[in-house]
Design a binder for this molecule. Structure first.
Ligand SMILES: CCCCC/C=C\C/C=C\C/C=C\C/C=C\CCCC(=O)SCCNC(=O)CCNC(=O)[C@H](O)C(C)(C)COP(=O)(O)OP(=O)(O)OC[C@H]1O[C@@H](n2cnc3c(N)ncnc32)[C@H](O)[C@@H]1OP(=O)(O)O
Length: 184
């Protein structure tokens, strides 16, 4: 992965802490919002990612590129592929049971991805320093050990639930996340 210093963990970064209530190895992770373009089952043309954690620290999901995801004819749009990276990385931060948002997302496109391709996505955390989480993801064509088509490195920033209350629709999130409190 070609990455900038902004997505490279600093020397003082440590491993993520195991949080109480974090999903156990083997857990299928539910969608965080039904209308999410990345994972929402109710979104008509979204990516419909269904993620799972095989080991409690990494996240895997599959994304089959559809007609609604094209840039050039019959090829996936790069921004849609970046969305897949953002989403699977977001799911891997979800393992920490704290709200985070994407601060920076860097993407390498290594191979074109035709419509109909299933990308096998994987994301993991390289370290935490204060509110900053340093994460990485890859998308492989056709199989978990297939050729890498996309790589991403990201900096996610920890926020509190007031972030979503102030800027978005907290009530809608609370319906799906009664476990999160705005003022715990
Ligand atoms: C979306 C989830 C909603 C549901 C949440 C509920 C529960 C969670 C449950 C499940 C979630 C599961 C899955 C989620 C899956 C996918 C999610 C996709 C994620 C997204 O798609 S999310 C949308 C796009 N995202 C935004 O909408 C962020 C807009 N933005 C801001 O809201 C602010 O910008 C913020 C908060 C980022 C920072 O603001 P702030 O005021 O709190 O803090 P500040 O600016 O001081 O930054 C603190 C330190 O981070 C450094 N820093 C900040 N930004 C940087 C950058 N870009 N590059 C390099 N460094 C950066 C600073 O340099 C400083 O570093 P230092 O401490 O060293 O000085």
């Amino acid at each position: 992965m070609t990455r900038s210093s902004l997505t490279t963990p600093p020397p003082n970064a440590g491993p993520p802490e195991a949080m109480p209530g974090a999903p156990a190895p083997g857990t299928v992770l539910s969608s965080h919002y039904g209308q999410c373009f990345g994972c929402g089952a109710e979104h008509p043309t979204g990516l419909h990612l269904k993620a799972r954690t095989p080991d409690g620290t990494t996240v895997e999901a599959e994304f089959t590129v559809g007609e609604a995801h094209q840039g050039a004819p019959k090829l996936a749009h790069g921004g849609v592929l970046a969305t897949a990276m953002d989403e699977v990385i977001g799911m891997s931060v979800y393992l920490f049971r704290k709200p985070y948002v994407t601060g920076r997302l860097e993407t390498d496109y290594l191979l074109p991805v035709p419509v109909g391709t299933t990308l096998h996505l994987r994301a993991w955390c390289n370290g935490i320093a204060g509110r900053k989480a340093y994460l990485e993801a890859e998308g492989r064509i056709g199989a978990p050990d297939g050729p890498v088509a996309v790589r991403a490195a990201a900096l996610f920033i920890e926020v509190n639930m007031e972030h979503f209350a102030k800027h978005g629709d907290l009530a809608a999130i609370e319906v799906e996340h009664p476990d999160y409190e705005v003022n715990p």
